[in-house]
Structures are given as structure tokens and as C-alpha cells.
Design a binder for this molecule. Structure first.
Ligand code: PGA
Length: 235
């Protein structure tokens, strides 16, 4: 089955640089049979939309507002992302949870807004180092899943991104992932009979042994280097 590879460029590139990298992605990844998504910063989205339009690469945003319209100074509506040609949106990335104090209630509202606008949301979940050390990973993930997803009519794509793995050069081991992924699936099955796509993120690079049973990967740092990203996608 085709896998889903999402490049999260975070705030690492200027719109000019993002444009250049998008052109390289389009050229060098044209042969991929997998699903590819690029998530640049907001200001780069209008520049990348025409570049990626007639390509095998979809456009994603890194966040959206919890409301579709309203007095929300500084926010960006999922409706306008959709109209621009965006298909995917990352919701609840750990950097937003910590930098912007995003809580589960806000994250749920963002998931609802993205579904209503016709976007495919990608919900990030994951424990931090202390929770892992204290053996509280499952308890924490159970809470994150329940709080963000209970009562939703549709489930988003889920990206399991342990905080200790993000940007650390230490991805989760195959054995650890196998156990956590099975746990996440069992928790999700309590909420919906439909199995959503499940991705892994956190220091995925070309040396990472991609485990089976995972539908794809969310890639940060290594997606800024085209040759590295090409190897990750097996092109
Ligand atoms: P990383 O980031 O690949 O640089 O660890 C992943 C992410 O934060 O989504």
C-alpha cells in the first residue's frame, strides 16, 4: 500500500527558499508512487500552490484557526487554506502545544474546523521524556486521544510523535514503536470502528529503519534536504 510522507518545514525557510525547495521536490520526487505532502509556513503557501498544483505532491498547512470565520486576530481560516489549494493540515503539533499552550479543547475545535472546510487534519500526539521514563506513556496517550477525539464524527490522520524523539537525532526503536502503535490502535478502536492512517514522526532520516505496520511518516529536519528526503521516500 502507498505510504504517506509529510514534510514539515516548520519556520525554517523564507518564502523564497521554500519556493526553491518546492521546485526541487517537484522535479526529484516525480517518480514516487507514495503520497507526498509538503507543509511550509503560511506565507509560503500561496507561492507553493501554483508550483505543486499539477504534481504528485499535495500542499499542507502547519495549523489553522479553531473557527471558520470570526473575530480571531492573527488566525488563518481552514476555509481559506482549502480555497488556496491546501489539502492537509497539521493540528496539535507538540511545538504548538508548548509554545502556544494549545490544549485539547482548542485542538478539537481546530479538528472540527478543518473537517468542515474539507481539509484532511493530521493530529499529533506523543509523550515527553519524563512521562516515558516514569512509564506513563500509555496513560498519557490515552488521555490525549480521548480528549481530542471523543465525540468527533470523523477521525483525523494520527501522527505519533514522541517529544523526546523530535529533533533529537534519536528516533523511537522498532520494538518501542510496535508496542505504542498497537496501543494507539486499540485506543482508537474504542472511539471509532474505522481505522485511521497512523504515521510516525521524530528524527526520521534516511538511516531510520522504517517499521512495518505504519502508514507513513512526518518528517521535520530531514525534509529540508532533498537528497535525504528522496531516500526516506525510497525514490
Ligand atoms: P524531526 O521533526 O523530523 O526534525 O524530528 C518532526 C516533527 O516535528 O514533525
Amino acid at each position: 500500500m502507498a505510504k504517506l510522507f509529510i514534510a514539515n518545514w516548520k519556520m525554517q525557510l523564507s518564502p523564497r527558499q521554500a519556493e526553491r525547495l518546492a521546485l526541487l521536490f517537484k522535479k526529484k520526487l516525480a517518480g514516487s508512487r507514495d503520497k507526498l505532502v509538503v507543509c511550509p509556513d503560511f506565507l509560503s503557501l500561496p507561492k507553493l500552490a501554483p508550483i505543486l498544483k499539477a504534481s504528485n505532491i499535495s500542499l499542507g498547512a502547519q495549523d489553522c484557526a479553531p473557527l471558520l470565520r470570526g473575530a480571531q486576530t492573527g488566525e488563518i481560516s481552514a476555509l481559506d487554506l482549502k480555497a488556496l489549494g491546501v489539502s492537509y493540515v497539521i493540528i496539535g503539533h507538540s511545538e504548538r502545544r508548548s509554545l502556544c499552550q494549545e490544549d485539547s479543547q482548542l485542538i478539537k475545535a481546530k479538528l472540527k474546523a478543518s473537517f468542515s472546510a474539507g481539509l484532511k487534519p493530521v493530529l499529533c500526539i506523543g509523550e515527553n521524556e519524563a512521562q516515558k521514563k516514569q512509564g506513563k506513556t500509555k496513560e498519557f496517550l490515552r488521555r490525549q486521544i480521548k480528549e481530542a477525539l471523543s465525540g468527533l464524527k470523523q477521525l483525523p490522520i494520527i501522527a505519533y510523535e514522541p517529544l523526546w524523539a523530535i529533533g533529537s537525532g534519536r528516533p523511537a526503536s522498532g520494538k518501542y514503536l510496535e508496542e505504542v502503535i498497537a496501543f494507539i490502535y486499540s485506543e482508537l478502536s474504542k472511539i471509532s470502528s474505522k481505522k485511521p492512517l497512523l504515521l510516525y514522526g521524530g528524527s526520521v532520516d534516511s538511516n531510520f529503519q522504517q517499521p512495518v505496520g505504519i502508514d507513513g511518516f512526518l518528517v521535520g529536519g530531514a525534509s529540508l534536504k532533498i537528497e535525504e528526503f528522496k531516500k526516506i521516500c525510497g525514490v
